[in-house]
Design a protein around this ligand. Structure first.
Ligand code: C2E
Ligand code: CA
Ligand code: CA
Length: 735
């Protein structure tokens, strides 16, 4: 999964989670709102009932005390004044009543302080007489406070003798009212008409306000009155000062009074709101925690994911994409840009193994990193690259970007060389294969296979560092693979045969030597010519074995001739330039010749001219060694594509073989004749034997005769022939 997809999934997940939580919270809010309202109502009811209980308790216990006083006074006819006053004192002490007095039916009596009192003119006295023992609110004549007078008749023998009357202070009643909901509730005690008797509020200061009037709703008032009559509680909802209020009314055990406990709706709302805010805050916190968790997990996951991704898609050493990643990117590039012209390049470091072995792995890694640096560039659009093996890189991009690649010039080799300049004396060469991707071609595996072939071809060739793919490569490669598979066995089975092509004395036209050439004759009799396998053997190193094998076969033959009394003629054996790098080259040749006890004068070692030009210093040593070992050196293919006269002064060569391309001139090309004639003349003056190769016509022979060329070799006299034929036809021997 790539980063974009991962982010998208993460984002979607985040959005869904948030939506889920927000919706959940919303529906939860609605539900909890209803629930909280209901809860508040229940709480209101419970609180009002509790308040009712408190008031009832107080009123009942106080009344009971007053009642007890009245009964006691009434029961003892001869109670002295002292005792009576003492009783009043006690009741005042333990009850809520103040200023208890005892009066006769005429309204005249005494107070607790034994003062005379006359209440006959008080309105409440009239009420008392009329049997109404609870007065309206009056102003106390003693304290100037709002009180109600409560009176109990003193009866004796069924007749009212007088009254015990006490002031019940409204403030006392109010002190019993306890507010809830952080003091935002109101409590009123109403009388039977709805008038406010006592209150616990800071809002309504006039106790005379009538609650029923405030309701402004007869139905509601009726409902309340009905409930009070039945001794039940009921709830009310009304508006006051444009403020909705919710209340609970319950009756108290006193004179048709009732208690109303009120909460402004706003308070309930605020209260619920507050709880909801806390809930929401908690939920929000949860969301944050959840989101954080998701991110932390995803981050951790991403880290693991990135590590796995790194391992799966990138090269550990250089951080460059690997083959898997390259294929994905390359494929995308090709699909996205069908109109563009793309090329793919594969490159590696020539003989990287040697760098590792010579300078150590750390240096090897440094080189690879430097190369990765060159390969990795952001300057080119539509370009991708990868490190696909230890020192192998693939690059794919616009064809024009790779158009400068050639034998000498490569990607940005200067930058690379600068980066690896810490390696002294070692010449680091890059080898390139290139394939121009065809239109509509986007099978990346096939494309890579093709550039691979181009790269392998470049690698297989000496002094070639760059190669383009062409369709024939595949066939060549397959064939090469086939040959490589069977060469070792072929050598064991002696499938490689020596054929001999005689060399003739130019003047006498008698055979004076021969060149040994290899033929591969398979078990099925099929003959393969050296052009098909020599270049391959040179690239895979097998040629060193083959050449020594050929030398050995030639030595065996010469030994045979000698043993059969035939005077041998010298045989030249071809040795590839690959041997030049072998420091034991000379001694190994000498050992083979000595093994068959053959005089070195019968063996000539043919080396090609290009060998000599490429490896001057190595070759100098070989020439010296050859001289001391009395080995004969022939310079093969002289003049082929090289102007190489210069080497003659430095190298003490025995024989020069003029390449057959020298003689492919027109019969009347005088200039060529002059050149050849003078070369031969000069070479002969140096004491070097001259052999002309590829002589096919009488005309060529005649010309060579005129140049005093020593020997001729070519189809004019003989093709390379099997040993058997050579023995018989050339040497006249019948074995
Ligand atoms: P070369 O050493 O230059 O050998 C001469 C090639 O020219 C031989 O081809 C020979 O058959 C061919 N030739 C001779 N006379 C004529 C002629 O009049 N006209 C034409 N057109 N060709 C003529 P061959 O045998 O196919 O060998 C090709 C090359 O293979 C040789 O070129 C040599 O470089 C290499 N080779 C052959 N045998 C060996 C070997 O045992 N070891 C090594 N290292 N290379 C070998
Ligand atoms: Ca040769
Ligand atoms: Ca030759």
């Amino acid at each position: 999964m790539d980063n974009k997809r991962h982010n998208l999934i993460l984002l979607m997940g985040g959005i869904f989670t948030t939506i889920f939580i927000v919706l959940g919270t919303m529906s939860y809010n609605v539900r909890i709102n209803d629930e909280l309202q209901a809860l508040t109502m229940t709480a209101l009811k419970e609180i009002s009932l509790k308040q009712q209980f408190i008031l009832n308790e107080d009123i009942n216990s106080n009344s009971e005390l007053l009642n007890l006083l009245a009964t006691t006074v009434g029961a003892s006819s001869n109670m002295d004044i002292e005792t009576t006053l003492e009783y009043i004192d006690i009741v005042e002490e333990i009850s809520s009543f103040k200023h208890i007095n005892i009066v006769g039916v005429d309204g005249i009596g005494i107070t607790a302080n034994n003062e005379k009192i006359d209440i006959s003119n008080e309105p409440y006295f009239t009420e008392m007489i009329n049997g109404n023992y609870i007065s309206n609110i009056i102003t106390s004549s003693f304290s100037n406070e709002d009180v109600i007078m409560l009176s109990i008749p003193i009866e004796k023998n069924g007749e009212i003798q007088g009254y015990v009357a006490g002031e019940y202070n409204i403030s006392n009643l109010e002190s019993l009212l306890t507010s809830a909901f952080d003091g935002q509730s109101f409590i009123f005690v109403l009388d039977a008409t709805g008038a406010i008797i006592a209150q616990h509020t800071n809002e309504l200061t006039q106790p005379k306000v009538n609650m029923f009037e405030i309701f402004k709703d007869q139905d509601l008032t009726d409902k309340v009155l009905d409930a009070i009559q039945k001794g039940e509680s009921t709830n009310v909802v009304y508006t006051f000062n444009e403020d909705t209020r919710i209340g609970e009314i319950c009756p108290i055990d006193f004179n048709g009074w009732s208690l109303i406990y009120i909460l402004p709706e706003q308070v309930i709302d605020d209260y619920t709101q507050n709880i909801m805010e806390q809930v929401n805050l908690f939920t929000f916190g949860m969301v944050i925690v959840l989101v954080l968790l998701v991110f932390i997990t995803s981050f951790a996951q991403r880290n693991t994911f990135n590590t796995i991704r790194m391992l799966a898609y990138y090269d550990e050493l250089t951080g460059l994409p690997n083959l898997v990643k390259f294929k994905m990117e390359a494929n995308q590039l090709l699909v996205d840009n069908p109109d563009k012209d793309f090329s793919i390049v594969k490159l590696d470091i020539n003989n990287f193994k040697a760098i590792n072995e010579l300078y150590g792995h750390d240096t090897g890694n440094k080189v690879l990193r430097a190369l990765a640096d060159v390969v990795h560039t952001d300057e080119i659009p539509n370009y991708t690259y990868a490190k696909i093996a230890v020192d192998e890189f693939l690059l794919l991009g616009p064809s024009e970007f790779f158009s400068d690649l050639s034998n000498e010039l490569s990607l940005d080799e200067n930058k690379f060389k600068e980066a690896v300049s810490f390696i002294p004396f070692h010449h680091i060469k890059l080898i390139y294969g290139r394939y121009k991707i065809e239109e509509d071609e986007n099978d990346i595996d096939k494309i890579i296979a093709k550039v691979d072939i181009a790269h392998k071809t470049a690698k297989s060739k000496k002094n070639i560092y760059f190669c383009d793919y062409d369709e024939n490569f595949k066939k060549t490669m397959l064939k090469a693979a086939e040959i490589t598979n069977k060469m070792e066995v072929a050598l064991e089975h002696k499938e490689f045969k020596v054929v001999l092509q005689p060399k003739y004395d130019t003047i006498t036209e008698q055979p004076v030597g021969a060149e040994a050439l290899v033929r591969w004759i398979e078990d099925n009799g099929k003959m393969i010519f050296p052009d098909e396998f020599i270049p391959l053997f040179e690239s895979n190193g097998f040629i060193t074995k083959l050449d020594k094998y050929m030398l050995e076969e030639v030595c065996i033959l010469i030994r045979q001739w000698i043993d059969n009394g035939i005077t041998p003629i010298p045989i030249s054996v071809n040795f590839s330039r690959v041997h030049i790098n072998n420091p034991n080259f000379t001694s190994e040749i000498k050992a083979i010749i000595d093994k068959y006890n053959v005089n070195t004068k019968y063996i000539e070692i043919e080396l090609t001219e290009s060998t000599i030009l490429d490896n001057e210093s190595e070759l100098k040593t070989i020439f010296e060694n050859f001289k001391t070992s009395h080995l004969v050196i022939a310079m093969d293919d002289f003049g082929y594509g090289y102007s190489s006269l210069g080497f003659l002064k430095d190298f003490d060569v025995d024989i020069i073989k003029l390449d057959r391309s020298f003689f492919s001139f027109d019969a009347d090309n005088e200039r060529s004749r002059i050149v050849i004639r003078n070369i031969v003349k000069m070479v002969k003056e140096l004491g070097v034997v001259v052999v002309a190769e590829g002589v096919e016509t009488k005309e060529q022979l005649d010309f060579l005769k005129s140049t005093r060329c020593d020997m001729v070799q070519g189809y004019y006299f003989s093709k390379p022939i099997p040993i058997k034929d050579f023995n018989k036809n050339i040497l006249g021997a019948d074995f």
